[in-house]
Design a protein around this ligand. Structure first.
Ligand code: NAI
Ligand code: MG
Length: 359
């Protein structure tokens, strides 16, 4: 048998980022130890984040992106801490990597696990499983705009934040969503915009969606406004399979989805460069959770699920399924952190997932 070897760059970042990245890493290392030498990972850790910013004035080393280029993947925790303005930390690290590495597809499964009580109507008896596909390179996060400081006097300042929609950008993420739908039991894509109010960019998105849909006659489609989709997440989630939306709308919807599943701490995500010209990046959806950081109580499932998405990306689908099955078994057995109603610590959940890997 051949040895499959992967080099992973880890960026724990701030707050609970370090705690959950350590958890995910130990799950993958356990998988490698149990593989009798057929699978191995080497990790290199990079200390970038808000502490690094305090020492150097930068969120990431100048040659950081260059250093990461040669890795098979980046495993990321979270960035953001009260000592650095949030827009500085987000643009300085996470968006710099997502946009610099052209990770234009952000895949965010909404997973309902056994043993976790959802606030959602009938969630415990209806199988629910959908995935949010987030356009990850432009839209509302295009970074265009400006602020007028001069000459308007106190209280008169003006700021413009423009969204950028390109036909190429819309088409590639929409095609990605259709291709993903074809791999799923329910072949359906729901496109989300706000094209009644945002009549340029989002109308372009809608037109591209209609055009691309014609190439996928086997896939059901719908177009829903974002406010209506927020309601649908709560009222008719069983009707969802793949939900594709712009950068900001998908970000908001995926937090709603994971909250409905029980906690922000459960949600996994993959920032993919589908052409594989650059490394892809895997991270939990949640942030650095300063309110619970350093206490050993954060939920590691979102980060461990993100490690499973990384295994999928490596072509290790059997191993990815083993990790996801172990997560479900851990929850079903009631080994739950505080955010989902239990008393287990981060390390208890991590150890339980590793135990369940054995089968
Ligand atoms: P957050 O996701 O850090 O926390 C929101 C709520 O969810 C908090 O009550 C927190 O305790 C809880 N939570 C989050 N992760 C959890 C986990 N693993 N287990 C249990 N509970 C968990 O979002 P917030 O508070 O808006 O942002 C905090 C910082 O994180 C900010 O600086 C923000 O900019 C940054 N952030 C970074 C992201 C990233 O790096 N991808 C994403 C979102 C926020
Ligand atoms: Mg978010």
């Amino acid at each position: 048998t051949q040895t499959r070897h992967f080099r992973i760059a880890s960026i724990p970042g701030d707050g609970v980022g370090a705690e959950v990245v350590a958890a995910g890493r130990s799950v993958l290392d356990a998988l490698a130890s149990a593989s009798s030498g057929t699978l191995s990972f080497t990790w290199e850790e990079f200390p970038w984040g808000s502490d690094y910013h305090a020492r150097t004035g930068k969120m990431i080393a100048d040659d950081g992106p260059e250093l990461l280029r040669g890795f098979d993947a980046v495993y990321f925790g979270a960035v953001g801490w009260p000592t650095v303005p949030d827009h500085v930390s987000l643009w300085g690290l996470r968006l710099r990597l997502c946009q610099g590495f052209d990770q234009w597809a952000n895949v965010r499964p909404v997973q309902f696990l056994p043993g976790i009580t959802s606030p959602l109507r009938a969630a415990d008896t209806t199988p629910l499983d959908w995935v949010v596909v987030r356009e990850n390179s432009e839209g509302e996060y295009g970074g265009f705009g400006g602020r007028n400081f001069a000459g308007r006097g106190p209280g008169g300042e003006i700021a413009v934040q423009s969204a950028v929609f390109t036909e190429v950008g819309c088409e590639r993420i929409i095609r990605f969503a259709f291709d993903l739908a074809r791999t799923r039991e329910r072949r359906k894509v729901s496109s989300v915009t706000k094209s009644n109010a945002q009549q340029y960019g989002m109308v372009l998105w809608d037109e591209v969606f209609t055009r691309v849909a014609a190439d996928y006659p086997d896939v059901e489609t719908e177009s829903v406004l974002v406010d209506a989709m927020a309601a649908k997440f709560v009222l008719r989630p069983e009707d969802l399979s793949v939900v594709v939306a712009s950068n900001l709308n998908a970000d908001i919807l995926s937090d709603l989805g994971s909250a409905l599943a029980g906690s922000l701490g459960l949600a996994a995500s993959a920032n993919l460069n589908p052409e594989r010209r650059y490394p892809s990046m895997f991270e939990p959806v949640h942030g650095s959770a300063p309110d619970i950081a350093g206490q050993g109580i954060c939920n590691p499932i979102g980060a461990i699920g993100s490690a499973a998405l990384m295994l999928d990306h490596f072509g290790l689908s059997a191993e990815a399924t083993r990790v996801r099955t172990a997560i479900a078994a851990t929850c079903a057995a009631g080994t739950l952190t505080r955010d989902v109603g239990g008393t287990a610590l981060t390390k208890d959940v991590t150890a339980a997932v590793i135990d369940h890997l054995a089968g």
